[in-house]
Design a protein around this ligand. Structure first.
Ligand code: FPP
Length: 222
């Protein structure tokens, strides 16, 4: 089972409390750690979290920098604990344009956790679904392949071995996909939760999984 989450509403959560937006992101990162633990407890095999999109560069530079720092700290502070818990970490996104420090942490955490197998945490960082598809197309063109089918195309995605999400959850009440995993969500179930991401709790995750199990997936069949 693969659950992918759009962790939305950090800014509004902070605003409602009269706090700076970055405090919402800080809380959001703490919640991200928790959700990985809950997911492992609930026998989810893959969890993908949308941490920084290719569109997030449009935010004020201070906020962008803070999100970069949070990414680095999240990994450095938690890597040992994640290893103890059997979490394999993969980063998914476009490497071009990211600071060297981020790329170093990216490679380091993947290497450190590569033998873990209880759950895979995918952090989507500098990720955009259209960028991923275009990067795949450009690799295909460079490889001088002139006909591709779905199976071949998949091999050019950022993480070819990642199964498609069964379920996508978005918090904060917004009902959009926002350029998340466009190729992979063709048949995913979508669940929108009204709470802001820092308020998301284990019951919300369980409820989403129950709702998922009630839906009948037919993949276009009958
Ligand atoms: C959306 O809320 C959230 C983001 C753009 C950043 C998500 C990042 C984290 C939760 C922390 C980093 C986590 C990891 C795993 C490194 P928003 O800012 O768009 O909220 P708003 O719509 O209320 O303004």
């Amino acid at each position: 089972m693969h659950v992918a989450i759009i962790m939305d509403g950090n800014g509004r959560w902070a605003k409602e409390r009269g706090l700076p937006r970055i405090e919402g992101h800080r809380k959001g990162a703490e919640k991200a750690e928790k959700v990985v633990e809950w997911a492992a407890d609930l026998n989810i095999d893959y969890i993908t979290l949308y941490a920084f999109s290719t569109e997030n560069w449009k935010r004020p530079w201070d906020e962008v920098k803070f999100l970069f720092t949070l990414f680095v700290d999240f990994i450095k502070k938690r890597v040992n604990r994640m290893k103890d818990e059997g979490v394999k970490v993969k980063i998914m996104g476009r490497r071009e344009g990211l600071p060297q420090e981020i790329l170093d942490v990216w490679d380091w955490v993947e290497e450190e956790t590569k033998n873990e197998e209880r759950i895979t945490l995918v952090i989507a960082f500098n990720y955009g679904g259209r960028a991923e598809i275009l990067d795949a197309v450009n690799k295909i063109i460079k490889g001088k392949i002139d006909v591709v089918d779905e199976k071949t195309f998949r091999k050019y995605l950022y993480i070819p071995e990642l199964p498609d999400p069964d379920l996508v959850i978005r918090t904060s009440g917004e009902m959009r996909i926002s350029n998340f995993l466009l190729w992979q969500i063709a048949y995913s179930e979508l669940i929108f939760v009204k709470k802001y991401w820092p308020d998301f709790d284990k019951e919300d995750l369980k409820f989403a999984l129950e709702e998922f199990s009630r839906r009948q997936r037919r993949f276009g069949g009958i």
